[in-house]
Write a protein that binds this ligand. Sequence first.
Ligand code: HEM
Length: 303
Amino acid sequence: MERLLHCRRLQSRSEPVRVWEHFQFSMFSLLVLMCFGDKFHNKIREIQDVVERLLSKFSRVGMESQDDKFGSSYIDKLLDLHLPDDENRKLDDDELVGLCSEFLNGGTHASTSTLQWVMTNLVKHQHVQEKLFMEIKRVLKDGAELVNEDDLQKIPYLKAVILEGLRKHPLGPFLMPYSTAEDVDFNGCKLPRNVTVYSVSGDMGMDPKVWEDPSIFRPERFGISHGNGEVVDNDITGKREIKIMPFGAGRRSCSGHDLAMLHLEYFVGNLVWCFEWKEMDGEAIDMEPNYNHAHTFFFFLER
Ligand code: HEM
């Protein structure tokens, strides 16, 4: 939330803000907090700059000896972990560094990129932003400054907005490449052992046979149903059916899926609740999928 307050101060200077850097820093800060607890809260910028070097020199002893107001962090859990299939041994330093690095780097880029696409669409489609604001207003108590975690599940339209962002703007055209450990018959297609398989999943959300008017940003397609305001999930994890797979599918799908959805709902909810987001005069927003959408300027007004 520190970053939102920072945005309020920036806004008072009436200057455009390059939001990407703020989104990225906020997301990274949150993941550092979850990963290491609050011991490094005033050093996050340094960690961001030297994350790989810091992780490779990471000292367990120093971490274990300090108090942590944040409670149990990811690294605490990893340090406590015993691997039952491997003589109950603990993780070694290389494994710890690999897991923390994956957590910080994977989580930051993916969530920031999605956050930026969602905000870009809210700027482009003001009626969606307005509807989302009114939905948040309906749920929040009078005078509430922020959207809290408990409020999120009462705002189904917020989740629908994020899902629509993920449908239109997947992280990339492919999922991770996998290799076959043995000969496989995949729906009649014979794959020999030791071949690399790429899943081309990026276009699924734009398939007109599955999605009506796929190029239109319309969160309502993740519709409110059952008359109780609940959003139909459309099963983006692929457990029932597969219509899009922004987090992959199956055993190796994104292990940060629930966390990412929570972070995105929390960030988008608060950004829309606190500020009104607008396109800059003379700065057309680039909607092309270049998978490196780092230069967008938005204009926002404090609500
Ligand atoms: C909007 C945000 C995110 C998106 C769209 C996303 C998407 C993905 C995708 C497509 C994969 C590959 C799945 C496959 O190949 O089948 C993946 C893997 C992974 N993601 Fe995410 N991710 C997001 C956020 C996060 C976050 C916040 C974390 C953790 C903090 C995370 C941790 C991981 C890990 C550890 C893997 C590897 C899983 C494995 O190989 O078993 N992701 N993610």
